[in-house]
Design a protein around this ligand. Sequence first.
Ligand SMILES: Cc1ncc(COP(=O)(O)O)c(C=O)c1O
Length: 441
Amino acid sequence: MSQSVTRPNNLNAFWMPFTANRQFKETPRMLVAADGMYYQSEDGRQILDGTAGLWCCNAGHGRPKIIEAVQKQVAELDYAPAFQMGHPKVFELASELCEISPEPMNHVFFTNSGSESVETALKMAIAYHRVKGDASRTRLIGRERGYHGVNFGGISVGGIVSNRKHFGTLLGGVDHIRHTHDIERNAFTRGLPQHGAELADDLERLVALHDASTIAAVIVEPMAGSTGVLMPPVGYLQRLRDICDKHGILLIFDEVITGFGRMGGAFSPDVFGVVPDIMTTAKGLTSGVIPMGAVFVRDEIHDAFMTGPEHLIEFFHGYTYSGNPVACAAGLGTLETYREEGLLTRATELGPYWEDALHSLKGLPHVIDIRNFGLIGAIELEPMPGAPTKRAFTAFLEAFERNVLIRTTGDIIALSPPLIVEKSQIDDLFGVLADVLKNLD
Ligand SMILES: Cc1ncc(COP(=O)(O)O)c(C=O)c1O
C-alpha cells in the first residue's frame, strides 16, 4: 500500500458529520489508503485500525473478493430501479443472508444505512399490527443511552441526550426503559455482567403506564455500542423477550454493530440465544465498502403483509437505492470473504486473547472500568473535572500520533478491530494504548 496524495487546498466546503469541524480543519487527520489491518495517513504512516473504520470494515481493508465483485458489477449493471423491477444479485444476496440469519427470520428488506434500517423496522412494526387488525399498537419503546442512528425515529427511540436535545419534540408516542450501565456492581467484568437482568422488568412499568394494547415494539441494541459499549447483563435479553411475548409486543434488535461477526457469531442470537422479531443491520453487511443496510423479519411478520389483492403494494416503503446492484455485489463478496476465512466466528476464537490483553490495562491512571465481549472492548476513563470527554479525546489524538486508530465516545474508549486482526496486532494495539494512558493528564 503506497499512495501519494495532495491535500485539497480548501477544507471549508465540507461540513463534516459528528466532528469538531473547526478543530479538525486546524489540524486535519487524513487517511489516504487502506490495506488489511492498516490505514495509511497523508504523511505516509501505517495506522493500525483498532475500530474497523466505524465498526464496519469487519473483513479488513482492500479485500480482493469484494473489490473484484464491485468492479465487475459496476461494469455489468450499474443500477436497476428498485420498485416494481428486480435484478438477480438482490435475490441472491437476500437468500444468502437468510441462510446465516436466525430461524425463523427468512425475509430481508434492503436499505442504505443503519439509520434507514431502524426507520424501516419501526415502520414495519407499526404497520404489522395494523395489518393484523391491531391498529392501536403504535407506541415505540427504546432504552436510555440507546443509539439507533440519526433519523427522527432513531433519535426518538434512542437515548443519547446530545443526539436528541437539539432537535425539537421528536416523534410522539415514544418511551424508554432504563439503561443497564452499572459500574458500581459490574466494574471490570470479563464478558457479560452478572448484575442487571432485573432491569428488563422496567418494561413492565411502561406496560402498566401505557397499557400493552398501545405498544407496538421495543427496540434495543443487544450490546449498546455507540453509547460506550454496554454488554447485556446475563439473562437480561431473555427477560425482555419473555415480557414482550407475554404482552404481544414486537422485539427489535438493532444489530447494526453486533451483526456480521462482531460478537463471535453471525448475529447476536447465535451467541446470546435470544431471537428477536425484527433485526436491523448495516455496516458489516458490505464490510463498509458500499453503503447498505438490511432488515430481517420473522416469517410471521412478512406473511402478515402478503394478504389482500395481489396487484397492490403490500408495504408502502422503500428507497431508490434499496438493493442497489453494486451494493449487492459488495455484500456477496463480503459474505464470501467471511465464509472462506471463518470470520463470523473468529471473535469467539480470539476472544480470550483479546480479553486478557484488554484487561491488562486495569490499574492504569484514570481507568475506572474495562468491558469486553467478542472482538469488542471498552475502557472507561474518569472524566477530567469540568471537562468531560476531553481526556478520552486526548487519548484518541495521542494514539493517532502513535499510529493507532481508536474511537471515543464521551470518556469511553471503544475498540473493535477488523475480524482479521492477528495476535501480534492486538499486542501492538494495547501496547500503544497502555503507553498513551500512562501519560494522560
Ligand atoms: C446500533 C446502531 N444503529 C444504527 C446506527 C446508524 O447507522 P448509520 O450510521 O449507518 O446510519 C448505528 C451506527 O453506529 C448503530 O451503532
